[in-house]
Design a protein around this ligand. Sequence first.
Ligand code: KIV
Ligand code: NA
Length: 269
Amino acid sequence: IRRTTIPQLVALKGQRKIAALTAYIAPIARAIDPHLDFILVGDSTAMVGYGLPDTLTISVEQMTSHAAAVVRATQRSAVVVDMPFGSYQESPEQAFRNAAHMMAYSGAAAVKLEGGAALAPTVAFLVARGVPVLAHVGLMPQYVNTMGGFKAQGMNDEAAARILADAQAHAEAGAFGVVLEGIAEPLARRITEALAIPTIGIGASPGCDGQVLVTEDILGLSGATIPRFAKRYADIGAQIGEAAAQYAEEVRTQAFPGLEHCFGVKKSG
Ligand code: KIV
Ligand code: NA
């Protein structure tokens, strides 16, 4: 099996929709890998995996470790890793140093970074030096403090025009795709039509070239409430609870372990 390359992802635009999910650890990555075009090692693991209130406090080393686990557990999907807050905004040089480190030590094929047109020169700097970049515009969780919360973006004409300009700047800078998160549906459609590179929607539009969701949200592993833009496809959290309850009951009643789970037991008869 050959792993999907970044140029192969780009070539899917206009051919068929691109399907992506997040993974942070090997078991999830292994299970979803056969079915996807790319896997995003998202910094959403700060909230989903570590229970933090936002995505700001996750490090380059943590993201590198998660990405390495996902790469080792997969064979098919391209792996894209999120650059964490503070690892790329200072300068193109800082961005390259951290992107190169994350790619070299994880095996990920590309990075994703959040930002408006101000980050386009950074995208160009990375792409020219061998780092494929997936840009991320609209609702950018790393900008939660400037946005004043996690809320849909581009809801008026001025804001919409700015997000379209951000996406166009990234495309011109050489980004291989752009994630559109939490923006007005008609705007996502307009951006998708305007760009030659794929748009990957999350809370955006069915008209996007692809979709991405947080895997824990679709599996029932991220608590009782999920974002409006997510959809629950399974309730693995409940299944885990049932399995744990049955195990605990069997330990207490001594139904587990049986002798078949033990070593050095003499076979009778
Ligand atoms: O961190 C993440 O999971 C993401 C996606 C939801 C786009 O950035
Ligand atoms: Na992210």
